[in-house]
Ligand binder design. Structure first.
Ligand code: TYD
Length: 136
């Protein structure tokens, strides 16, 4: 699966840590958009989609959550609970975000502007498209 956890270097002194994100350095693409997910109601999961072209880097800067990933062949589960741990996702990966803590804040870096046409929100359609791409 073209998804991986990336350890981000913590800069500064232990009493005042920070993480810097730079296109083409520790972020493996040119950043076009940044957004954040927060204030998720208890018991509510998020995501449930894949992207046709978009690449993303997801960082849980506060709280924790569990991310389920599928590429049509493999499944993977990642627990995000540290501001220095990032999850890189290539295109064509179905993601579901579960068990978000009340204080969970996810910062997402993306290599394209928002485009609803890039979303695959139907899981059956995603599996069909993933299978077709695997054959090409
Ligand atoms: P969505 O991707 O469905 O978020 P989640 O599954 O994490 O809750 O997006 C929710 C809404 O926000 C949807 O109407 C699209 C809109 N949106 C934008 O307008 N711009 C963006 O950059 C993003 C990510 C979403």
């Amino acid at each position: 699966m073209n998804a991986r956890v990336v350890d981000l270097k913590v800069l500064g002194v232990p009493q005042a840590p920070l993480v810097a994100l730079e296109s083409g350095r520790n972020v493996p693409f040119e950043i076009e958009r940044v957004y954040y997910l927060f204030g998720t109601a208890a018991g509510k999961s998020r995501g449930f989609h894949a992207h046709k072209k978009l690449q993303q880097l997801i960082i849980c800067v506060r709280g924790s959550c569990r991310v389920l990933l599928q590429d049509g062949k493999e499944e993977m589960e990642v627990f995000l609970n540290k501001p220095n741990k990032a999850l890189y996702l290539s295109a064509m990966i179905w993601r579901e975000i579960h068990d978000l803590s009340q204080d969970c804040v996810l910062v997402v870096l993306a290599d394209q502007y928002y485009d609803e046409h890039d979303y695959i929100r139907d899981h059956e359609r995603f599996l069909e498209m993933a299978e077709r791409r695997a054959k090409d």
